[in-house]
Write a protein that binds this ligand. Structure first.
Ligand SMILES: Nc1ncnc2c1ncn2[C@@H]1O[C@H](COP(=O)(O)OP(=O)(O)O)[C@@H](O)[C@H]1O
Ligand SMILES: [Mg+2]
Length: 285
């Protein structure tokens, strides 16, 4: 069975999506893993990074996004979700990346999120609304080594659907005051949710993103996080702030990961990060 890792943080703009995309690409190209990416964020950034804006439009018009799945869960007369068609095979803008598939997000997920929470309100004891995603992907989960779930920056119904599926989670964060605020609270909310649904969700680690080596604040924040006993693990490979990593958000073709991310430390850091995450996941999940 696949190991499932959710990417969470209540903050936006901290590198959740960039980290998730890079992990999938490195897992596949450098470590031979079969990976399914699930984009749960209505902002659709992961989707457009992996298939481009035009293909996303097509998928959205065809109803081959997760909006159809959740729509159907809320509204039985809505069109059905066709998993076989929704799964996009061999995505990524990098030619050397083989074996990354994607379940696309949609801007329409914004409305769905509200419908789901109302439904749950009607029957507060039901766990069904948080199990929509898990039940839907069960038939294909065995085809993958890893399933990576990119979550929106909140703990709403979509994120809970991601966490219900997850065996573990990573928290990408910029090492500054505002970005790291509230991480222990987030961890304890996730642990409580895991207890409630009877499936532990393990902390794989905090991932330092947009690291600036010249910043004293970044260095001292990382030291503070490493000392914080509520945080089990700060992944030792820090992702540097780099123009080429920012540019990876644009869907343009590349031959290799080195070309896409750049070789002034970025490629090495992302590869090390992937190795650390894989190692922790193998021990913990
Ligand atoms: N290591 C990095 N160096 C430079 N820019 C980055 C880096 N990681 C992410 N970014 C940029 O920061 C912005 C937010 O990143 P994103 O991954 O979308 O965050 P989130 O998913 O947490 O909202 C994007 O414009 C992205 O391209
Ligand atoms: Mg994002």
């Amino acid at each position: 069975m696949a190991r499932v890792i959710a990417t969470i943080n209540l903050k936006g703009g901290v590198g959740k999506t960039t980290t998730t995309a890079a992990l999938a690409e490195f897992m596949a190209a450098d470590f031979g893993q079969r990976v399914l990416l699930i984009d749960l964020d209505p902002q659709t950034n992961l989707t457009t990074m992996m298939v481009g804006e035009e293909r996303w439009q097509e998928l959205n018009e065809l109803g081959w996004t997760l909006a159809t799945l959740f729509d159907k869960a809320v509204n039985p007369s809505a069109p059905g979700f066709d998993l076989g068609k929704a799964v996009q095979r061999n995505v990524s803008s990098v030619r050397s990346v083989r074996g990354v598939d994607l379940l696309a997000s949609s801007l329409d997920l914004m409305d769905v999120q509200e419908g789901l929470s109302h439904r749950q309100f009607a029957d507060p004891l039901s766990t069904r609304p948080v199990e929509v995603l898990r039940d839907a992907i069960a038939p294909i989960a065995g085809q993958y080594d890893y399933i990576l779930v990119d979550c929106p920056p909140n703990l709403g119904m979509l994120t809970l659907n991601g966490l219900r599926l997850a065996d573990g989670y990573i928290i990408p964060t910029i090492p500054d005051i505002l970005s790291t605020y509230g991480i222990p609270q987030l961890q304890s909310r996730v642990a409580k949710f895991g207890e409630r649904v009877g499936h532990p969700i393990r902390e794989i680690g905090l991932v330092i993103t947009k690291y600036r080596s010249a910043s004293n604040l970044h260095r001292s924040t990382i030291e503070r996080l490493q000392r914080d006993e509520r945080i089990a693990n700060v992944v030792p490979a820090w992702i540097p702030e780099a123009t080429q990593i920012a540019q990876s958000a644009e869907f343009v073709p590349y031959g290799t990961l080195k070309r896409k991310y750049g070789t002034s430390g970025q490629y090495d850091a992302l590869r090390m990060l992937t190795e650390d995450v894989l190692m922790n996941a193998q021990v913990l999940l």
